[in-house]
Design a protein around this ligand. Structure first.
Ligand code: ZN
Length: 169
């Protein structure tokens, strides 16, 4: 397994729309294993293939405190949404940046597992947030897109400042 490089905003590759996965082979399983390793290494709760510059519809998540509930969804699509919730989101492509985003409270998702089987899951609360956030990445969308222009520019200035500080530290 290997830890992959996570691309960070404003890298234009984050705007790429991912293609559906059609081949469920050993290479895909290896890639999913690498995505989990990358996510756990970065202390993230979710990771989309887009963020490691692979433009296939693959996402991984684990919102458990024990880091023992790995979830991998291939070709995920939302078939039902219900309710609304506001949740403070962060993103491995925006280190140190957090913002409140409103999303559906519950989502029903159809997807494939790593073997290509059709699966269906219902997610609620934080895990529903995570899945919607990662699915956005696969569509070329990032969480700051939901913010007002003012709030967004404030956060992006902070991101720039942190980068400069990190570079001179
Ligand atoms: Zn993200």
């Amino acid at each position: 397994m290997s830890v992959l490089t996570i691309i960070e905003f404003p890298d234009p590759r984050l705007r790429t729309k991912a293609e559906p996965v059609t081949v469920f082979d050993a290479e895909l399983k290896q890639f999913v294993a690498d995505m989990f390793e990358t996510m756990y290494d970065a202390n993230g709760v979710g990771l989309a293939a887009t963020q490691v510059n692979v433009h296939k519809q693959v996402l991984v998540a684990d919102m458990s405190d024990e880091r023992n509930q790995p979830l991998a969804l291939i070709n995920a699509r939302i078939i039902e949404k219900d309710g609304a919730q506001v949740y403070q989101e962060g993103c491995l492509s925006f280190p140190g940046i957090y913002a409140d985003v409103t999303r559906a409270l519950k989502v029903k998702v159809k997807a494939n597992d790593v073997d290509g089987n059709e699966i269906e899951h219902e997610f609620e609360g934080p895990l529903a947030v995570c899945v919607q956030h990662e699915m956005d990445h696969l569509a070329g969308k990032v969480f700051v897109d939901y913010l007002s222009p003012l709030k967004r520019s404030m956060l992006l200035k902070r991101l720039e400042k942190q980068r400069k500080q990190a570079a001179t530290a």
